[in-house]
Design a protein around this ligand. Structure first.
Ligand code: 5AD
Ligand code: SF4
Length: 482
């Protein structure tokens, strides 16, 4: 079982231990010595601010990064006006990438006013050689650069910077190491992401993820179960099992175990009330998994099932390894087993070579499946992916026109679909105080749809019955029922 190491008991007289996680705890203790000197000089704790871009995996990584910094004595800051600023970056689309460069200019201006400020960058964008080369050449004010495989080494890298090293950069190409048992500061006390695997082997032709997150590696089931038990003991009622392609979980373990069987083990954890997972690849979604979802009391009746395109021709170009018909047939099987399941999806518009007919196929699938919601993306050309080299890139204005049409379709449909639950009473996990309406709470249905209802802070983290009085497009206004 997990044992957090007490920093006061670490022997600092000898050098750093070689093994992990002991080595990182040693460096957390070293950073804490610096933090104490800082406190004496300034009469306050140093503030650390982390900004996360991108997906749920990055959000989970940021909770770990904050945990490390807090263990070293930093306090959590709420803005970039802090002593340590870390951007955990995303590079899945170019926009996310550009946003980071834009924000770096602002950070530089803050650093001019506060020269002791430490600026760090990590995450997917740092796994691209051109990015690191650009930072090393033109962004010398960035103090620490690291990637996705070595986030657990933050304390050590920070210590090197505190010792005077200029622009500490450490990027690993890949890793087989999964370092467990480091401190974590969770954003929500009652729900948490749990990584079950890292990386992706699918190589969809538009996607940069396999290049920046490396090959697929599954965590051992015992470690996952232990982590969830620990979380439940600490007040967590809902977990989201995270991986780029959870349906292929366990294939590379020394004792292979299917994702469906992992879910069955998670289901048995007492005190855990809701289980979610993402992302599912349609090609790997098994009948075994459908059967487990059907029988489960805890797995939310919601599945995020990225479509990407409704045209079988484009799907082949995307290397998705399913056709439009296979996708629709899978949806039928899911709905036959779990009739009230909510489906959500990701769709890319403007993949190279996409014609109007291809796009109409996508609209057709959207109409047939009737999603609860859909994330729609303009295709973004990512250097190094096969799609970037394809001829016939779709002109910007054509892409934009299709995007707008798709968005209208998705929004109209989602509003209709969500309304099916209007005037019913359903369990809602109360998540936070409503930011707009004083006296109201915001929570989520199993389907992941947001509900606002009257309530107070004492209910946060509890699953309560709420009458869904009025559907307002993407969300409900409800009232508490006990
Ligand atoms: N352009 C646009 N969208 C992309 N996605 C991944 N790569 C790209 C790209 N190059 C989308 C996919 C994926 C989601 C996380 O991001 O829809 O499911
Ligand atoms: Fe990218 Fe495809 Fe892997 Fe998802 S499954 S991360 S879209 S390569």
């Amino acid at each position: 079982m997990y044992q957090e190491i007490d920093l006061d008991r670490i022997d600092m007289s000898s050098g750093p231990p070689a093994g992990e996680p002991a080595r990182q705890y040693y460096f957390m203790a070293k950073c804490r010595e610096w933090v104490r000197e800082f406190e004496q000089r300034n009469g306050r704790c140093p503030l650390a601010y982390i900004q996360t871009f991108g997906c749920q995996m990055n959000s989970r990584d940021s909770e770990k990064l904050l945990g490390i910094l807090e263990q070293a004595g930093f306090k959590k800051g709420e803005t970039e006006n802090a002593d340590f600023v870390l951007y955990n970056t995303c590079t899945v689309r170019e926009n996310a990438n550009l946003k980071v460069y834009g924000r770096l200019g602002y950070l530089n201006s803050l650093k001019r006013k506060n020269p002791h400020m430490i600026i760090a960058l990590c995450g997917c964008m740092m796994q691209e050689q051109e990015v690191v080369a650009r930072l090393q050449k033109s962004y010398r004010f960035v103090d620490i650069i690291f990637g996705t495989h070595n986030i657990f080494r933050l304390a050590e890298l920070l210590y090197r910077r505190l010792q005077g090293e200029k622009q500490v950069a450490e990027i690993w190409e890949d890793t087989s190491q999964v370092v467990e048992e480091l401190p974590v500061d969770r954003k929500y006390p009652f729900k948490s992401g749990v990584n079950i695997m890292f990386g992706c082997n699918n190589f969809c032709s538009y996607c940069i993820v396999p290049y920046v997150r490396g090959r697929e590696r599954s965590r051992r089931p015992e470690d996952i179960i232990d982590e969830i038990k620990r979380l439940v003991a600490d007040g967590v009622v809902e977990v989201m099992l995270l991986g780029q392609n959870v349906n292929s979980y366990g294939k590379t373990l020394t004792e292979p175990l299917s994702f469906a069987k992992l879910l069955k083990r998670v289901e048995q954890i007492d005190g855990l009330e809701r289980i979610r997972f993402m992302t599912s690849h349609p090609k790997d979604l098994s009948d075994e998994l459908i059967a487990v979802m059907k029988d489960s009391k805890k797995i939310c009746r919601h599945l995020h099932l990225p479509l990407q395109s409704g045209s079988s021709r484009i799907l082949r170009q995307m290397n998705r390894r399913y056709t439009k018909e296979q996708y629709l047939e899978l949806v039928d099987r899911l709905r036959a087993a779990v009739p009230d399941i909510a489906l959500t999806t990701d769709i890319i518009v403007g993949f190279p070579g996409e014609t109007e007919e291809d796009f109409l196929e996508t609209l057709d699938v959207v109409r047939k499946v009737r999603y609860d919601s859909a994330f729609t993306f303009l295709y973004s050309r990512r250097t190094g992916t096969p799609a970037a080299a394809m001829e016939e890139q779709v002109p910007g204005e054509v892409m934009k026109d299709r995007f707008d049409r798709l968005l209208t379709e998705v929004q109209t449909m989602a509003a209709e679909v969500v309304r099916r639950d209007e005037k019913t009473v359903k369990p809602v996990l109360a998540e936070e105080l409503d930011t707009h309406e004083p006296g109201y709470l915001t929570g989520r249905l199993e389907s992941n749809t947001v509900v606002h209802f009257k309530g107070d802070a004492s209910m946060i983290g509890k699953i309560v019955n709420v009458s869904l009085d009025e559907a307002k497009g993407f969300y409900f206004m409800g009232s508490l029922r006990e």
